[in-house]
Write a protein that binds this ligand. Structure first.
Ligand SMILES: [Zn+2]
Length: 235
């Protein structure tokens, strides 16, 4: 804590310092997000429609609802920074069409999700999920990237660091995988399992709007970090 003697001189110094801080702070913030402008990011909220993903019947929780909640928050943060965001789905109505006997619901295949990424020439793909396991003690986020992909690993590491900084998270697994979505997307991609809805503590967190916002912000920062590194690495 610093104590200022109020004189004309110190007041002037304070004012100049304040203006400088505003200017440099503003520039730093702008630079930090400059890498997102014009980037196309595909966000894939896992499951949806007829496919609820993991289900906690006891508490009436569907994974797809947590996935879409965080995905929407992330999309907003990225759009605010000038990124072009394409979501594989945004509303449940995307899975519904009128049939002769009433509405017909469907699921979205992984091939459709991959097609969205390819057709939009995404710079990066983030697929958002929540986990469940019969052993209710299991906890912690997991990040999957395409086995053998250096870019995928680099992106996964950015997510790892931001998730570990959340405070509520004590361990994050980063794993190579051959999942279809990772294998078939030519751009860097990650599948994020945000935590276990089968674990009491994590279930409570994942349902909290404030924690969902924190997750979205962590993902946003991770994506920003990834592009910031690319900028520095480019020749
Ligand atoms: Zn899932």
């Amino acid at each position: 804590m610093r104590h200022w003697r109020i004189t004309t001189f110190t007041s002037a110094v304070c004012l100049v310092t304040f203006i400088l801080a505003l200017l440099t702070g503003g520039h730093a913030a702008a630079a930090a997000h400059a890498g997102l402008k014009g980037r196309t990011i595909v966000i894939d909220p896992g499951h949806g429609g007829l496919d609820p993903g993991a289900v906690d019947e006891e508490n009436g929780i569907l994974e797809k609802e947590i996935n879409i909640a965080v995905a929407r928050l992330l999309a907003q943060l990225l759009r605010d920074q000038g990124a072009r965001v394409v979501m594989t789905w945004e509303e449940e109505s995307a899975f519904c069409r009128a049939g002769a006997d009433g509405p017909v619901w469907r699921v979205m295949g992984l091939d459709e999700r991959v097609a969205v990424a390819r057709e939009n020439r995404a710079d990066l793909v983030v697929s958002i999920h929540a986990n469940s396991f019969r052993d209710r003690r299991c906890f912690g986020p997991e990040i999957f990237y395409c086995r053998g992909s250096r870019e995928g690993l680099e992106l996964a590491r950015c997510f790892y660091h931001k998730l570990m900084q959340l405070g509520e998270v004590t361990a994050v697994d980063v794993r190579p995988s051959s999942y279809y979505l990772l294998r078939e997307t030519p751009m860097p991609a990650v599948i994020i399992e945000m935590g276990y809805i089968s674990n009491r503590r994590e279930r409570r967190l994942l349902l909290e709007p404030t924690y969902q916002q924190k997750l979205a912000e962590a993902f946003h920062q991770a994506i920003n970090d990834y592009f910031a590194r690319k900028k520095h690495q480019s020749p």
